[in-house]
Design a protein around this ligand. Structure first.
Ligand code: HEC
Length: 281
């Protein structure tokens, strides 16, 4: 009599594993609504116990990558200058993007990491970027994991990027222009979705990103662990995803466009707390 019982148990387990929503279907709700409720509960549980955040594993991976000798030059990234001197990680993220004389360019955390991977380790840009925009379920790339580590080392600090250098001012101005510029087949600007309070698409609330009070609440959360795609997403990836929603061509990782928009968002969030890696929907 044991075998049928085991078979039945196994079958029930298989059902509950492959269809987490199945138990709720009988209650008259759609499986989608039940799945969404289950996800909501999962998100709550993750937030209730900050140490359960899977993004912390990527921060750890990033730290190991930072300290591991790699590439043709067999070097670690520990001599990388993130703006506060070679190897200084603590608090560096809070002051980015900034102008770097050696690169003669304004760089955000991701662009700077890729630059150091190329210059210090001798990796090619393609190797350093692999993959720039991982699809759902795929872990964030090496540069993104390192960015998660660097951002986590500014946890609790507030955004304080400067706008002293002419190129810093230029990046901010370009970001502001791009934020409000309508373009593409849908004639959308970032502002179409992010320049008003209380807007939403389906159930997603759309933060009013050009308004400091709202920008301060969310910009410091990135890079963030995104439950719905089960991986860490960086700010560049977040911007890429919104460009996709605008039906614009795939934006180049670390281009002047992503750096300028990041610069604009970080300035709007000036004084806002850094809580990365946070948990997003
Ligand atoms: C068609 C509407 C739409 C446009 C246009 C749009 N976004 Fe978004 N954006 C969204 C949605 C929807 C989300 C929330 C996605 C999610 O929760 O997964 C979002 C989220 C974000 C976030 C994260 C906010 C948070 O809560 O942490 C940032 C930052 C962002 N967008 C920036 C931009 C920028 C910069 C542009 C212009 C290049 C832009 N968006 C254009 C729809 C849009």
């Amino acid at each position: 009599m044991r075998t049928p019982f085991l078979v039945l148990t196994a079958a029930l387990l298989a059902v509950s594993v492959t269809h987490p929503a199945a138990a709720q279907v009988g209650s008259g709700n759609s499986p989608d609504a039940a799945t969404e409720r289950g996800l909501e509960q999962y998100r709550r549980m993750l937030k209730d116990d900050p140490w359960s955040n899977p993004g912390l594993l990527d921060a750890d991976r990033g730290e190991a990558l930072w300290k591991t000798a790699r590439g043709p030059k067999n070097a670690t990234l520990e001599a990388c200058d993130l703006g506060k001197g070679p190897g200084v990680v603590d608090g560096a993220f809070a002051e980015l993007p900034r102008y770097f004389a050696d690169a003669d360019r304004v760089q955000d955390v991701e662009t700077r990491i890729v630059w150091c991977m190329e210059k210090l380790q001798g990796l090619t840009r393609a190797e350093a970027l692999k993959p720039p925009y991982p699809s759902g379920g795929q872990p964030v790339g090496d540069a993104g994991a390192i960015a998660t580590f660097i951002a986590s080392k500014s946890h609790g600090k507030t955004f304080a990027a400067k706008l002293d250098h002419a190129k810093e001012k230029e990046a901010f101005a370009l970001g502001e222009t791009l934020f409000f510029r309508r373009q593409g087949p849908m004639d959308f600007a970032c502002a179409t979705c992010h320049a008003d309070s209380g807007k939403r698409i389906r159930l997603q609330e759309l933060p009013f990103l050009s308004r400091p009070e709202e920008a301060k609440k969310v910009i410091g959360e990135w890079p963030a662990y995104r439950v719905s795609s089960t991986h860490v997403m960086t700010m560049t990836h977040r911007i890429y995803d919104c460009f996709w929603q605008m039906r614009l061509p795939r934006v180049e990782y670390g281009s002047d466009v992503t750096i300028a928009l990041t610069s604009y968002l970080v300035q709007k969030a000036a004084g806002g707390e850094i809580t990365a890696p946070a948990i997003k929907r």
